[in-house]
Design a protein around this ligand. Structure first.
Ligand code: ZN
Length: 412
């Protein structure tokens, strides 16, 4: 399917340091050293509700990764999926008496608009689960043939992956089996289902049910794909067996990313699936994680409708470190709005302190595991000086506007 419309990204003078990123599997910060063409897969939305600030924070995180790779002269092949068929989508459509396809198309369109407004560089490939079903079914058949999967003997046609076929299972999330079991039940899995070989075995293919959409699975029979194999298949098909970054919110680490990596690694025989597994923190409201189940969502489109400048929203989300779970408050938004206004005033000054010096410092901060709060503080200090007439670099205001645009995605 089509992604959203992109925008020109200014190119900056000089050379940045190498990007260093935290890898959840190795539990430390390591350099990301992609080849000339960097590859990134980020898990996209299940389009049954509008884009909320948690989604926006995750997308902005990986937008920074793409911007920093580009700044270092890499080309980037970025793939994002849309889980346009899954239980939550069908449940919401049924609850609201709506056609699930109409619901998915509407929310996907709104997500694209939000991403464009937030100046997220679009993925090279924006891929729906539905359009990938033939490839997914082929992978499920391959896993069955390799004895890494089994059909449940209850006549449903449901196929499960054997976690026992992935000897390194658990290397990414480092959780105990008890913890995996608990999270699996909480996040769409079915550890207590009868007939499974291991409670942690994830669903690969759901056999057709009355009243649910189904697709031809060849020897699998009609049905629809599981969520983890969807992402494994789309990533493998477009990016190959080892990608530079797999990204998503930290609520995807287990079971989603652990399972999609296990599927991909079993299919290709190559490990790790991603050189860096990168996870963004959750955005909370009033002390609770923002989530559909809690009903405490702040929608990007709602804020836009209220006249909030998407650039202020972006600055608000960048004011906390991407890996930390953090709160969204009126104050965070207000600070983002004030910061944007101050930066815009400074960018129209006739001169300021050294632009090249600030560019180097901002690059240093951002390549240090995306330390956006430090980058914001550096630009704040520069802007404060520029507005009081300090500094005599006449090219600085323009360079700072370009730096902020290219590296932070904030257009002044
Ligand atoms: Zn995914």
């Amino acid at each position: 399917m089509d992604a959203w419309v992109g925008h020109e990204v200014p190119s900056l003078p000089g050379t940045p340091p190498a990007l260093r990123l935290y890898d959840s599997a190795r539990r430390d910060v390591f350099p990301s050293e992609p080849a000339d063409a960097a590859t990134m897969y980020v898990c996209g939305i299940t389009p049954y509700d509008a884009t909320h600030l948690g989604h926006a924070a995750t997308m902005i995180t990986f937008d920074l990764v793409q911007r920093l790779w580009r700044d270092a002269g890499r080309s980037v092949t970025y793939v994002q999926n849309v889980t346009d068929i899954d239980d939550p989508l069908l449940e919401r459509a049924t609850r609201d008496g709506e056609d699930w396809i109409v619901l998915a198309m509407r929310e996907t369109a709104l997500f694209r608009e939000d991403m464009e407004a937030l100046r997220i560089i679009p993925p090279a490939h924006y891929v729906g689960a539905v359009e990938s079903i033939p490839d997914i079914a082929a992978h499920v058949r391959e896993l069955l043939a390799a004895d890494a999967a089994y059909t449940l003997p209850d006549g449903t046609g449901d196929v499960y992956f054997k976690v026992a076929a992935a000897p390194s299972f658990g290397y990414e999330s480092h959780l105990s089996r008890d913890e995996m079991r608990r999270l699996s039940a909480e996040r769409g899995g079915d550890p207590d289902r009868d007939g499974k070989l291991d409670p942690l075995d994830p669903l690969l293919w759901r056999g057709a049910r009355d009243g649910e959409p189904a697709w031809d699975g060849g020897d699998l029979g009609p049905g629809r794909p599981g969520w983890h194999i969807e992402c494994a298949t789309i990533a493998l098909g477009l990016l190959g067996s080892t990608i530079d970054v797999q990204g998503g919110g930290n609520d995807l680490l287990y079971p989603h990313h652990e399972c999609s990596a296990a599927h991909a690694e079993t299919l290709t025989g190559s490990r790790p699936f991603a050189r860096h597994f990168v996870h963004a923190g959750m955005i909370g409201l009033d002390g609770e994680k923002m989530s559909k189940s809690k009903g405490n969502l702040v929608f990007v489109s709602r804020l836009r409708g209220d006249g909030v400048d998407p650039m202020a929203l972006r600055l608000g989300l960048l004011s906390g470190h991407y890996r930390s779970d953090r709160e969204w408050t009126d104050d965070v938004l207000k600070t983002g709005q004030e910061r944007l206004a101050r930066w815009r005033t400074a960018a129209s000054a006739t001169a300021g302190p050294s632009g090249a010096g600030l560019l180097a410092a901002v690059r240093e901060a951002l390549t240090n595991d995306l330390d956006a709060p430090a980058a914001l503080a550096l630009v704040d200090a520069w802007a404060e000086a520029a507005v009081i007439g300090a500094g005599d670099d006449p090219s600085a205001p323009a360079l700072i506007a370009q730096t902020v645009d290219a590296l932070l995605g904030v257009r002044l």
